[in-house]
Design a protein around this ligand. Structure first.
Ligand code: PHE
Length: 482
């Protein structure tokens, strides 16, 4: 007999635990900063409503119907619908995406762990801007330190997953999410009085179309082509859409997996709405906590992945009780990362157990060790670490000359998984749920709903969401001539 969540609350907690993580607090602020603020947030919110919501409903519905790991769920559902079993490829690409994402997720989560120790040592007290930057560089420029933290984080992930989802994760998230929320509010309160709040609101909520659609260099200056025209780019749109998938844990089977443990009598519409709203609120609060400090201290919002490791310590260093609050904050963020990491690895572990008959402990260790190895790529490509010439340039000449789209290996993996693999996975999930599955199969999963939910979902998942994903991809292809 398959495991089921003990209650709908535990399902919500686990799904929110998966959704709320580094994506909300580390990634969302820095990509918002890099892609110009207001329009980026606007694009992201639209993607959440028109793409994220319907696809999350689909993943939960599919998972609950298949009751297995994504690969086997897709196998079974495609047979049920009389469709080619090649649909199980969706499960395979999901497992690959999950492992790739976890490989760098773990490195960043390791940095978060390092920062909780640093915060507790009081090192941030009365630091200057240069001081906090130096603290970050000292971590990122020493691969063996990053490696140690990455190893520790992977070990903890393996430990939690090996013990089974129920014992660890349900208990942790139920105290963790509320606490994280309260701390974020506290930080927003602090940020409001920092002197940069108005600028931050302006930055986050005033759309500036040009900043979003035209390529700029690190200094924020627009790039010009030979005719002295600004250069149009779809990359920010792709990143915004990718982030909607990433932050909701969609497109790779994590939510499908969790849906498979869900009881038949639960309304999935209600569940989805709660998860999506909580996740979005946490991301926006993180922005409101961070950007005021960025502006008040003359920092650069486009500082990249190190953004929260530079701004938050400044706040903690200058607030009363900052040592305590700072430590607590990074510890909670670490837990949030752990509950997401668990869901990144679980589809692969569950598949190994189901299809290969491997015991959970062994399956977890095998997967975890593989992910640990892939994580080395991120460590070696971190800022400040020159490891041979691993820096790869991925896009065309114009951008390269101007020096903007220079990605290191970590950024390539991040872009490829979050902005390409997850949206593609989501696209096919929507097509499968909307076009391949029989109507009565999906309709049954939607009983216990208000009667408008099903028809609305059906239209979205058949036409709107796949169309939007397709359009974004089409434009990218058109622009870059892949
Ligand atoms: N949603 C998680 C976050 O925002 C990351 C994640 C992505 C987790 C995909 C599971 C699957 O941090």
């Amino acid at each position: 007999m398959k495991h089921e969540w003990s209650s709908r609350l535990t399902f919500i907690l686990a799904a929110v635990g998966s959704a709320v993580g580094l994506g909300n607090i580390w990634k969302f602020p820095y990509i918002t900063g890099e892609y110009g603020g207001g329009v980026f947030i606007f694009a992201y919110l639209i993607c959440i409503c028109l793409i994220g919501l319907p696809i999350m409903l689909s993943e939960i519905a599919l998972g609950r119907r298949g009751k297995q790991s994504p690969v086997n769920t897709m196998l079974q559902l495609s047979q049920e619908a009389g469709a080619p079993t090649a649909w199980s490829l969706l499960g395979w690409s999901g497992m690959a995406a999950g492992c790739l994402i976890l490989s760098y997720y773990s490195v960043i989560a390791g940095e978060v762990m390092a920062y909780s120790f640093r915060a507790s040592s009081g090192i941030f007290n009365h630091q200057t801007v240069d001081g906090v930057k130096g603290i970050l560089t000292s971590l990122e420029s020493e691969p063996e330190k990053l490696l140690a933290w990455h190893t520790l984080f992977m070990a903890l992930t393996i430990l939690s997953v090996a013990r089974g989802v129920k014992g660890g994760i349900e208990k942790t998230v139920s105290f963790l999410m509320p606490a994280l929320f309260v701390l974020l509010l506290l930080l927003v309160g602090f940020a409001m009085n920092s002197g940069g709040f108005e600028q931050a609101i302006d930055f986050m909520f005033t759309p500036d179309i040009d900043k979003f659609f035209y390529a700029r260099n690190e200094m924020g200056e627009y790039l010009m082509d030979a005719e002295n025209e600004k250069i149009f780019t779809w990359v920010p749109m792709m990143v915004a859409m990718g982030h909607a998938f990433f932050t909701l844990s969609l497109g790779m089977g994590a939510i499908m997996m969790y849906g498979s443990y869900l009881n038949r009598h639960v309304s999935i519409g209600q569940m989805t709405l709660i998860i999506v709203v909580l996740d979005t609120v946490v991301a926006l609060l993180a922005g409101l906590a961070i950007f005021p400090l960025v502006f008040a201290n003359g920092l650069n919002p486009a500082a990249g992945p190190g953004l929260i490791f530079e701004t938050l310590p400044l706040a903690f260093g200058s607030m009363a009780g900052g040592t305590f609050i700072g430590t607590l904050f990074f510890v909670l963020l670490f837990f949030a990362a752990l509950s997401s990491a668990i869901s990144l690895i679980e589809p692969t572990v569950a598949w190994l157990i189901e299809s290969k008959g491997i015991r959970r402990i062994k399956a977890t260790v095998m997967t975890g060790v593989a992910v640990w190895f892939i994580g080395l790529a991120t460590i070696f490509s971190m800022k400040g670490v020159t490891f041979g010439d691993i820096i790869i340039d991925v896009v065309g000449d114009v951008e390269l000359e101007a020096g903007i789209f220079k990605y290191n290996l970590f950024q390539v993996i991040d872009f490829f998984t979050a902005s390409i693999m997850l949206p593609l996975g989501g696209f096919f999930i929507a097509i499968f749920a909307g076009w391949i599955m029989h109507r009565d199969s999906t309709e049954r999963e939607f009983s216990f709903q208000n009667r408008y939910v099903y028809p609305a979902w059906y239209i979205m998942v058949r036409y709107v969401s796949p169309f939007l994903v397709f359009m974004v991809f089409l434009n990218i292809i058109g622009i870059f001539n892949f």
